[in-house]
Design a protein around this ligand. Sequence first.
Ligand code: MN
Length: 308
Amino acid sequence: MGNSVIKATTIEINKMKEYYSRFLSEKVPPGGVFTAKTPSCAITAYKSGKVLFQGKDGEVEAAKWGSPEASQKVEKKASASHLPANFRSMSVIGSDEVGTGDFFGPITVVAAYVRKEDIELLKELGVQDSKNLKDDKIIEVAKQLVKFVPYSLLTLHNPKYNKMQGSGMSQGKLKALLHNQAIQHVLDKIAPEKPEAILIDQFAKEEIYYNYLKGQRTVVRDKVYFSTKGESVHLAVAAASMIARYAFVQHMDKLGQKAGFVLPKGAGAQVDVAAARLIKSKGADCLPEFVKLHFANTDKAMKLVKKG
Ligand code: MN
């Protein structure tokens, strides 16, 4: 369980109350200001200024508002996914990937090191979850980031992706290999400086992640944490995701130039139509260079071609 306690001012508590307004509960304990129950977390704020987050996502939720103090933790459990106190203000390597759900284009994985003294600057630049931002904004911010944030970008282009995937490697394993490698590169880059923690935007359970990495020469494990929605837990993950998106968009532009038309992102129906157009102009043999072959879109595109 990820229970957490943070200290908050009355103004902050009022903001929280508004934020959780959909989930407010009528029962408030003695000394309490409000109680809210989201599907994965119960929040109770007290007049003393303490706010208690209980349940599966307690820590993630608490991290949105402030830093839990170690002495105030409700429950301490030895688990690598258990985030240390003050996590969001630590110097952290974050890693994230883009392109895994897109039929066209590569997978880009980025690990980025954000020093605590740069966190305010990142906020100022507008670093946040790239899923909330349009591509042109992401590109604008990412261009600034790459100037001073130590990072490693790994791009798994379609031909190699298809080869590895076709030889029986799952996408999860591919991602694990890339994350591990990108993080190692950043550690090498910043040495002898060391991050206080490493946060991987979670795509597989921790044991599964390390299972994927069995047999690798170096497996980074020290101070490694996993969290879903990692972008909201530490800006290092948000920075990594923006740089990864920036790289992905650039590769998509290049692929589009090769194809002769703009290639759509995602894996929806418009992607099938674009792939069919590509097959008609260049032949099906060109597909491994442009797409992730194992997606159902390959068959759908072939069917569209046959229909004429
Ligand atoms: Mn992610």
